[in-house]
Design a protein around this ligand. Structure first.
Ligand code: NAP
Length: 286
């Protein structure tokens, strides 16, 4: 059985908390981390009732000290750290030209640099123990661009490139790297959590576009698949005997991947806009 660190476990409907439960139920020792450990009380109660090994730790992934403290605490308590699940992420939408500078930087810090820092904090332990699994929850937005999600996609493409490259470097130490690329899952991430107007300027040439992007993101989330599918995929990716680099959970992500592979960039652009009901945006501005 493994010792597992999972980030971003604050929300009962999110992938992080569901993944923590999946690992703990499978007999692993789980450290579920979040900002504000009080929000993890129900998770701790669940673990006690289920008689599984799960602890909640305070953790802000954007704080390098917090990253090192969490790793040191886990190693001190367990003597090992076998699996890291970099799950934290934040939404970003709005046409690039309209986004606030601070929001762009926050998104890259939270979605990309935090995972870089935490992974670097964990690797020495895994290298010394000659084994480990590092997982990144990226997105299908790390495979294809999405209108109005340029920065979110940039952060997830960046993680995909990082993971693929890192895999070359660490395999000889018994460390395996994977990305899990969900498409649409009903976690409430974008809509429960997000005030989109704080992301971008209004009163611009993109107002209609931005409204359509928010509406289609909301619709996609509400109609999304069950997040437990992602939790089970992460568990499988971390424990399967023959690890693989990329995982697409559920039905929508494999379908998007397959469709993308059959089309030119230009056909794909038209297809996506049609699917989102935004084809008019591709016509020349009046
Ligand atoms: N839902 C989907 O359909 C979907 C699709 C593709 C990919 N994803 C990815 O899946 C991952 C999990 O998302 P989710 O849908 O499960 O939504 P979520 O529950 O909102 O997960 C995001 C988590 O990140 C945490 N977080 C953000 N900034 C943090 C920080 N600085 N330090 C510590 N924790 C921080 C949030 O905590 P707070 O509550 O403190 O903000 C929250 O627990 C994300 O990486 C997301 O990009 C989701």
């Amino acid at each position: 059985m493994s010792t597992v660190l999972i980030t971003g476990c604050s929300r009962p409907t999110g992938f992080g908390q569901r993944t923590a439960k999946a690992f703990a139920s499978a007999g692993h020792t789980v450290f579920a981390t979040m900002r504000g450990v009080d929000r993890g009380r129900a998770l701790v109660d669940w673990a006690r009732d289920q008689k599984v090994r799960l602890e909640v730790l305070e953790h802000d992934v954007n704080d390098p000290v917090s990253n090192r403290d969490v790793v040191a605490e886990i190693v001190a308590k367990s003597g090992e750290l076998d699996v890291l699940v970099n799950n934290v992420g934040m939404s970003s939408f709005g046409a690039l030209e309209t986004l606030h500078d601070a929001h762009i930087r926050d998104t890259m810090e939270t979605n990309f640099f935090s995972a870089v820092d935490l992974t670097r904090a964990v690797l020495p332990t895994m290298r010394h123990q000659m084994g480990g699994r590092v997982l990144f929850v990226t997105s299908i937005a790390g495979l294809t661009g999405i209108p109005g999600e340029s920065i979110y996609c940039a952060s997830k493409f960046a993680l995909e490139g990082l993971a693929e490259s890192l895999a070359f470097e660490v395999e000889r130490f018994g460390i395996h790297v994977s990305t899990v690329r969900p498409a649409f899952f009903n976690t409430g991430m974008s809509m429960d959590n997000t005030d989109a107007s704080s992301f971008y300027e209004t009163g611009t040439a993109y107002d209609v576009f931005n409204q359509q992007v928010v509406a289609s993101t909301s619709d996609g989330e509400v109609a999304g698949e069950d997040p437990r599918i992602v939790a089970e995929t992460i568990l499988e990716a971390a424990t399967v005997a023959a690890p693989k680099l990329r995982w697409e959970p559920g039905t929508s992500a494999p379908e998007i991947k397959a469709a993308r592979a059959t089309m030119s960039d230009e056909d794909w652009r038209a297809y996506v806009m049609e699917e989102l009901g935004m084809s008019d945006w591709l016509k020349p501005a009046a």
